[in-house]
Design a protein around this ligand. Sequence first.
Ligand SMILES: *[C@@H]1O[C@H](CO)[C@@H](O)[C@H](O)[C@H]1NC(C)=O
Ligand SMILES: *[C@@H]1O[C@H](CO)[C@@H](O)[C@H](O)[C@H]1NC(C)=O
Ligand SMILES: *[C@@H]1O[C@H](CO)[C@@H](O)[C@H](O)[C@H]1NC(C)=O
Ligand SMILES: *[C@@H]1O[C@H](CO)[C@@H](O)[C@H](O)[C@H]1NC(C)=O
Ligand SMILES: [Zn+2]
Ligand SMILES: [Zn+2]
Length: 603
Amino acid sequence: MLILKTVTVSALCTFAIAQAQDITQQVMSTEDYVDETTSHIPLRSLELGELNFIHTTDTHGWYGSHKSQTDYDADWGDFISFVRHFKDNRVHKNKLIKRDLLVIDTGDKHDGNGLTDATSPNGLEANDIFNSLDYDLLTLGNHELYSGERAVFEYYSTAMSSKFKERYVSSNVNFINEQGHEVPFGNKYRYFTTHYTRHRVLALSFMFNFRISNPRAKITPLAEEIKKQWFVELMEEYPPDKVDLLLVFGHMAATDRVEHEINTLHGTLREYYPNTVIQYFGGHSHIRDFVKLDDRATCLQSGRFSETIGFLSIDNLRSKHEKPNFFRRYIDFNNRSFKFHANTNNLSTKIGNYVTSKINLLRTILDLDHQFGIVPQTYYMMARPMDSEENIYNLFKSEILLTLNSSLTDSSISRMVMINTGAIRYDLYKGPFTKDSEYIVLPFENSWNYMTLPLKIASRIEQFLNQFPYILKTIPPPEITYNNNALMRGQSLYCPVIKNPEYTEGYTTFDDFGCDGDDTPHNTQTLYDVPNVIQSSELTSNDPESLIHFVFFSFLTADILEATNSIGADIIPGFQNYTSFDVANYGGQSAKQLLRDYIISIS
Ligand SMILES: *[C@@H]1O[C@H](CO)[C@@H](O)[C@H](O)[C@H]1NC(C)=O
Ligand SMILES: *[C@@H]1O[C@H](CO)[C@@H](O)[C@H](O)[C@H]1NC(C)=O
Ligand SMILES: *[C@@H]1O[C@H](CO)[C@@H](O)[C@H](O)[C@H]1NC(C)=O
Ligand SMILES: *[C@@H]1O[C@H](CO)[C@@H](O)[C@H](O)[C@H]1NC(C)=O
Ligand SMILES: [Zn+2]
Ligand SMILES: [Zn+2]
């Protein structure tokens, strides 16, 4: 097996050609798994305005389409073609009506897909694919800052690139250059006039309050940044009579019930601009969302993993008498939606085809379509209850974790095997299980530790860790907590539950404009809460005093010790704390290997 993490792609080019033929034979055609088509179901159209926006966020490397999900099976090349046709056929179709289109991204461009994650730094080769789209405004997300190396790569490959130097904005992140000096990560702001409608736009971009130490970058919390001298001076330099639209796009959630960052910012901006239209674009929490902040301000957030394109238009921007008119639409990332909204039968363009061929070449070079086996049915993270046979955590609990075979101790001794749910990153879809599936579903490497514990302590750990947001502190992604917040908003309380045999399961978004924001009608997908940790249990005795092996991901060690010691103190008089000396390496296959072997064994 190739270790591609450390090899640059160009070095593998010759090898790739030879592999390409192999792969076409190995990989089962995806057509064998295509769900019934939904082409006769009418889509919801969109309304253009003076200003129009296309928004992507949290693409996380999903440029090569969702091969096992027909509702999101367009690739980045198709998307680029869409933007081109949309401009020509819709936005500028009628030369007598002046309109502008701005294309915006709000960051998190890798971690989640083999195209980006099979290279080091993540995104090394795939970044070019993303950057083929002519974004008008772009910025970075927290995933661009997980290491110094990543910050350096993002800064030089994109923020400072000749293509995007003018258009890359970050108002509260600085880059630390080779001399150790802090410089803005791109531009602090961008002031420009739109080409056709001559709207004067002041654009800012904020990252949520992300606490990480990175030797090459520094994030200042928004609340502090907007008190700084440069910001106050900017507001004075561009007073309301010089700005038709304030455009704030950033890696920040539209709905933020914990830190309320967007609300803090909005409060401050309204002090300077009481009547100006303010349009926000958000990200990071991986949902479709649209928030009305007041009569002249809204925020759009456009999903995750390239399964959503957000569309927004504004009319009556400069009217003193009428309120501005906002329109939002969430577009499913597939050819059918693209053709429909771009009003074309032939999506293909030269540049789109070129990008598609680049994606396919990179897939080949990275061997992403290498097939290990076949997944017989879909296993969901949140879309099925925890005890369902279609729940991926249940599959781990009841099947996969049982196959862990210690190389260092007797694995037939009674044991429990615990993992944190955050280690699993995506639903496991029916169809070919490839190297790419591994990057998508279970990207992390791990080793196993164990402790020998009396059953009376071991049996209480799971419940203890699931009471608190313990694990969430230590493990990426933070996104999953936000998803749960979105659930608490109680989607199904306000919008009818859709159940139509002709529809597929998917987004039925509830937002501040109601229940009909999605372009494609779907059946409601109910999402269930996911605990912090799950475990398998193989016991030969129920005696509470019996000793068992309690096995867990090594990076959970601190959490496990905290649990054993709190539980011990509660239930055992004169209890002596366990320490790291009581923790040993268990050996055995990584979780990733267990999943691969399991799929192979059932294929
Ligand atoms: C989408 O359209 C492009 C351009 O016509 C085509 O090459 C591609 O195969 C289509 N994708 C799917 C999944 O049908
Ligand atoms: C679709 O458009 C492409 C690029 O403009 C062109 O090369 C191709 O022939 C067209 N296909 C059809 C079926 O018209
Ligand atoms: C477990 O691993 C040992 C060697 O470490 C091997 O002898 C044994 O066959 C394995 N058992 C299973 C069930 O794979
Ligand atoms: C034992 O562990 C608990 C829980 O982590 C901790 O609060 C306590 O201070 C520890 N006691 C000693 C003596 O180290
Ligand atoms: Zn993200
Ligand atoms: Zn993020």
